[in-house]
Design a protein around this ligand. Structure first.
Ligand SMILES: C[S@@+](CC[C@H](N)C(=O)[O-])C[C@H]1O[C@@H](n2cnc3c(N)ncnc32)[C@H](O)[C@@H]1O
Length: 302
């Protein structure tokens, strides 16, 4: 059993709800429980050309690749991308989003992840498109950079960020003048949904190694505003897109590749993951979440 499994299984009941603070090393180990499996597992589950492990945005008849690109094009527009700009992807997954943006918009970039298995996959992908994208194994809190970024984007990562104040401070320090942060995330619709102590909530948070930190939309706005940013834009993303992403793609991919995915991980891991996707579908039906893309710009700059 890996140290991540031991940690998760030994997590006391009072730490099984949302909003736990862990030291960076422990948080990284806990995140490994979900993310640090053979990359082929997530590549097969997510599908499409860019393997985004986050909600895609569909128009009727779209393939998964088209829906992934539609979402990434919205990120590009909100970041104001143009050739030569330098961008940072915090929580870069398997490198699809950053590679696509560098390839289509002529930007260069850096992607951060705490998951070592993602780096070779992401780097090979970037090399095959001949783009300048560097993928680095680093917790965002430990990342340092001298050159500065024109924009930072992050897609369904801040659920794992406990100290959101420090996150915005770090983004502020990494951005050039007029720089923006574009964050896409699910937001709880009501305060009462912060209680994740039931079976469904505990299962989803266990899959995250108990690093879950979902918040209300207004809480995220407050964190941004109190750390040197103004709110430039909010783009809602309808939850029907997440129902389609999970229900019509990820669950079907999981079943389609069942024997291979079990071989790549384990029967137990496969069953836990399947249960996790079904739990998320229940939460979508019960209106627990909305999702938004928020654009924050450094204060005093237009
Ligand atoms: C849900 S996945 C989203 C991946 C990607 N943004 C996408 O949309 O395909 C979350 C990613 O965030 C990374 N991550 C989680 N916590 C992190 C941290 N503290 N620092 C850097 N990356 C982190 C994980 O390794 C994983 O790659």
């Amino acid at each position: 059993m890996t140290s991540a499994h031991s940690l998760i299984n030994a997590t006391p009941i009072e730490k099984q709800n949302l909003y736990n603070k862990f030291e960076i090393n422990e948080e990284t180990q806990r995140l490994a429980y979900h993310y640090d499996v053979d990359s082929e597992f997530f590549i097969k589950v997510t599908g499409g050309a860019w393997n985004t492990y986050s909600c895609s945005i569909f128009k009727p008849g779209d393939s998964m690749t088209q829906a992934q690109e539609r979402k990434l094009d919205i990120f590009a527009q909100l970041m104001g991308l143009s050739p030569g700009k330098r961008i940072l992807d915090i929580g870069c997954g398997w490198g699809g989003p950053l590679t696509y943006l560098c390839h289509k918009y002529g930007v260069t970039g850096v992607g951060l992840t705490v998951t070592p298995a993602q780096i070779p996959y992401a780097s090979t992908r970037a090399a095959s498109y001949k783009v300048s994208a560097d993928f680095i194994e680093s917790h965002w809190e430990n990342f340092h950079d001298e050159k500065g970024f024109d924009a930072i984007f992050t897609d369904e990562v801040v659920v794992h960020v406990h100290n959101f104040n420090d996150f915005f401070k770090k983004c502020h320090s990494l951005l050039r003048p007029k720089g923006v942060v574009v964050n896409k995330e699910l937001h709880l619709t009501q305060e009462r949904f912060k209680d994740w102590s039931d079976g469904l909530g505990v299962h989803v948070n266990k899959v995250y190694g108990f690093t879950g930190n979902y918040r209300l939309l207004e809480e995220e706005i407050d964190f941004g505003l109190s750390n040197g940013f103004y709110l430039k834009n909010i783009v809602p993303v309808a939850m029907k897109h997440y129902q389609e992403t999970v229900g019509n793609h990820w669950v079907k991919n999981l079943k389609w590749h069942e024997s291979e995915l079990k071989r790549l991980t384990s029967e137990e891991h496969f069953n836990d993951f399947y249960k996790y996707l079904r739990c998320t579908m229940v939460s979508f039906r019960h209106d627990v979440f909305r999702q938004h893309m928020l654009v924050f710009q450094k204060n005093g700059e237009s």
